[in-house]
Design a protein around this ligand. Sequence first.
Ligand code: SF4
Ligand code: MG
Length: 328
Amino acid sequence: SRDILRVENLSKDYPIRGGVLGRVTERIKAVKNVSFNVKKGETFSIVGESGCGKSTTGMCILRLIEATSGRVYLNEKDIFKLNKFQMKNVRSDIQIIFQDPYSSLNPKLTIRKILREPLIINGYGTKSEIDEKIISILEMVGLGAHHLDRYPHEFSGGQRQRIGIARALLLDPQLIICDEPVSALDVSIQSQLLNLLQDLQEKLDLTYVFISHDLSVVQHISDRVAVMYLGEIVEMGPSKEIFDNPKHPYTKALLSSVPKVNEQVRRIQKRIILDGDVPSPKNPPSGCTFHTRCPFAEDICTKFAPEKSNINKDHTVSCHLVENGDII
Ligand code: SF4
Ligand code: MG
């Protein structure tokens, strides 16, 4: 199937101001040369610890923040070249679901008003056509019309996320960026919402970019997975390969901390415990930025960044040991 989204060498730097004059003294590289393609109808997951640049990547795709360099193509259209007016059309094609829908739902407005707004702005139709649309979408996410005149605080966390999903669906998007959509919820509610997202994907032919710090959340919903560390993709491949045959020490470490996959991984190799915190992106380690936490680090790792190598056509990894053909 064709690519709906193509991200090429996306980078995002943040200037850091210091001193009495508030001059830019350094730059944080939040996202470094990130490239991936997403096929129509698939779920592409981006996984990594907080601060790895996964959310920044999502925001750059939506142009909620402007990338420093790189390109993003939606249906082969270079969206970084579009002006504000042209971006308006793209905005209805790409939607986002946030971790905490509560902070993005205006507490003073009823659900009816919250859901009407995007349709009115986009000139959807008459008041009754708008209400019809809202009701049909509310039903699609498992909430009935009787909720329309209630306020956000009257709903549970899971219900609020259903409202967040409903809002994302209003303008018939093609692509939805799901940024930690279930991370704030109880495990049982998490699986209900993941099932809902999968049902909606099938029904509406949606494509998801699914951002999560938790590999166990993305395991059953992803077609492909990219693992990010300190702003870079360190491994990417079909979901099954990432879970059954992980190559990068960081991916293995993330998998080791997931109880369900733990056994499976342990059968193949030793558990890898992640030592220490993620280094500050202000002062990223030299060479392979994972070397300060990697149990396999060698001299070369502190000096040179590894190149991306192909395990097969679809599975790539950036690690010296893999590059050299050493089995780890
Ligand atoms: Fe570990 Fe070296 Fe591979 Fe980096 S390049 S992941 S430090 S073995
Ligand atoms: Mg799917």
